[in-house]
Design a protein around this ligand. Sequence first.
Ligand code: CO
Length: 151
Amino acid sequence: MTKLRNFLFMGLFGAASVVNADECALEIEGNDQLQFSLSELSVSKSQCENVTLTLKHVGQLPAQSMGHNWVLTETANKDDVATAGIDAGLENNYVPQNDDRVLAATTVIGGGEETSVTFSTAALTTDGDYSYICSFPGHSAIMAGKLIVTE
Ligand code: CO
């Protein structure tokens, strides 16, 4: 009986570990209507040393006309990063290069495509104010959300 209990406990413990790993993998969609599927994402610093964000473009329009990316910045920098991203151009995925204000960024994708970025949570703080945007020209005012960082 004790052996069976231990076996069951190990089984539950193993399942819990898998759940924790999944929490370090975030997913969000963008569509042809200029929308992200979520206005808020959350990540735990203690459970996730690194986070992988996957962006799926569920629309059909090409990247040149309805491109989407996922760019993480402090909320205070979000508009400036979007403006700098326009200058950077599509060849740089509308992301200013070597810019400390960019905390993480994916490539720009079109309909039917997906992209991901893995970033460390080490520099993120629980009292920080973080936003993600699509920095494709004209999108960031609508395609934006908050990243909540928990302990
Ligand atoms: Co977009």
